[in-house]
Write a protein that binds this ligand. Structure first.
Ligand SMILES: C[S@@+](CC[C@H](N)C(=O)[O-])C[C@H]1O[C@@H](n2cnc3c(N)ncnc32)[C@H](O)[C@@H]1O
Length: 278
């Protein structure tokens, strides 16, 4: 039987709604656009297309993977973040919209020459900054070699590889020198919160990227210990935090005595960024 994209999309959406509920219609559209090889915002005008049996099979396969809670970005292999599309695999955290708040804040400020991103993952923060700041050179570190390989591919595709150094390091341990801007979205989910996470996240994203265990604050404590040594005079640092961690993380960085520490909210009004000014 010949089927249009619209007919196949309708049955896929129904199946997905039963499995994952709310986001089913949006996700099914993304998967159909992926099957057709068109941008999602062009899908509506493509829905009258006849699908080949291979396209129907491919779409149904992606619907079954999504119904089993595989994140959309792992099925399509990409995620839009800030102004670019990033390659995403199970080796890296799926870039989150709230992390764009950190990029936005980090871009406001005096001219700078160097940036350091601790725990760079896909490279979404570092590479977005380098793309918007063409004079700046950057270093991205991670403890995961597999993540750094993905960051390197993203640096190439975004066109900033000549200004990005990607280095394996346990936070600051393999680094030397000072940086005008230091940014990090470290793992911060508490051990207790891990059990309550949605299966899309808990069972598919790297554990190392999600939680440092315990109270979720150990990465901030380790980074705070060496921040003064690596932050240049008049430098600035920005850290993403969990939405209830503002007072504790502010206290951790205030105790270093480096300079004023402030907490900033994301677009939803939740405290999500701690900033330190040297
Ligand atoms: C929450 S993810 C953030 C990834 C990316 N920066 C983003 O915002 O999407 C935290 C990252 O820190 C890395 N990481 C975890 N422990 C680390 C450590 N001890 N030293 C360096 N990086 C670490 C993880 O591998 C992961 O890539």
């Amino acid at each position: 039987m010949i089927q249009t994209a619209s007919m196949v999309l309708r049955s896929g959406t129904k199946l997905l709604t039963a499995a994952i509920g709310d986001s089913a219609a949006r996700d099914a559209r993304i998967l159909m656009a992926h099957t057709l090889g068109v941008p999602t915002d062009r899908l509506t005008v493509e829905l009258s297309r006849m699908l080949t049996p291979q396209q129907v099979a491919q779409f149904e396969h992606t619907i079954h993977r999504r119904a089993a809670h595989t994140p959309i970005s792992h099925i399509t292999g990409k995620r839009a973040f800030w102004k670019h599309e990033f390659r995403v695999t199970p080796d890296v955290l799926d870039p989150r919209p709230e992390t764009e708040t950190l990029v936005e804040l980090a871009l406001q400020g005096p001219k700078l020459n160097t940036v350091l991103d601790l725990g760079t993952g896909s490279g979404c923060i570092l590479l977005s900054l380098l793309a918007d700041l063409p004079e700046v050179r950057g270093t991205g570190t991670d403890i995961s070699e597999a993540a750094l390989k993905i960051a390197a591919q993203n640096a190439d595709s975004i066109g900033v590889a000549d200004r990005a150094t990607l280095q394996i390091s346990n936070w600051f341990s393999a680094l030397s020198g000072q940086f005008d801007l230091i940014v990090s979205n470290p793992p911060y989910i508490t051990e207790a919160e891990m059990t309550a996470l949605a299966p899309d996240v808990r069972d598919h994203e790297p554990h190392l990227a999600l939680t440092p265990g315990g109270d979720g604050l150990s990465a901030y404590r380790t980074i705070a210990r060496d921040l003064a040594k690596f932050l240049a005079p008049q430098g600035r640092a920005f850290f993403e935090i969990g939405k209830d961690q503002g007072p504790e993380v502010q206290e951790i960085f205030a105790a270093t005595g480096i300079g004023p520490v402030t907490v900033h909210a994301d677009l939803g009004g939740h405290a999500r960024i701690v900033a330190v000014n040297a």
